[in-house]
Design a protein around this ligand. Structure first.
Ligand code: SF4
Ligand code: SF4
Length: 93
């Protein structure tokens, strides 16, 4: 029983101990059509999660992408500082 329990425990993912890159704690949602490429969200992020993307919306603005989502701490500074409500952050699960 003890060994079976050990196997079961090994299969359970533990966000406290598993490598953080496997467990982004937050989901960063960008609404491309609202973005005007001001870069504020990228600038205010304390964890350098966001980068200017390579794709543009229909107005020609390149919207940000979460390049390092595993580093996000959920502070929502990107969301609060976006003047166009083009980005928001929610718990990943
Ligand atoms: S919630 Fe905070 S850490 Fe996450 S992407 Fe936005 S500014 Fe960066
Ligand atoms: S702050 Fe908003 S409008 Fe500015 S680049 Fe970020 S998502 Fe786009």
């Amino acid at each position: 029983m003890g060994s079976r329990l050990g196997v079961a425990q090994a299969l359970i993912e533990d966000p406290e101990t598993d490598p953080p890159e496997r467990h982004p704690r937050f989901r960063i949602v960008v609404i491309p059509e609202r973005c005007k490429e001001c870069g504020l969200c990228i600038h205010v992020c304390p964890k350098n999660v966001l980068e200017k993307g390579t794709k543009a919306n229909t107005r020609g603005y390149r919207y940000p992408v979460p390049a390092r989502p595993e580093d996000c701490v959920g502070c929502r500074l990107c969301e609060f500082n976006c003047p166009d409500f083009a980005i928001y952050v929610v718990p990943a699960r």
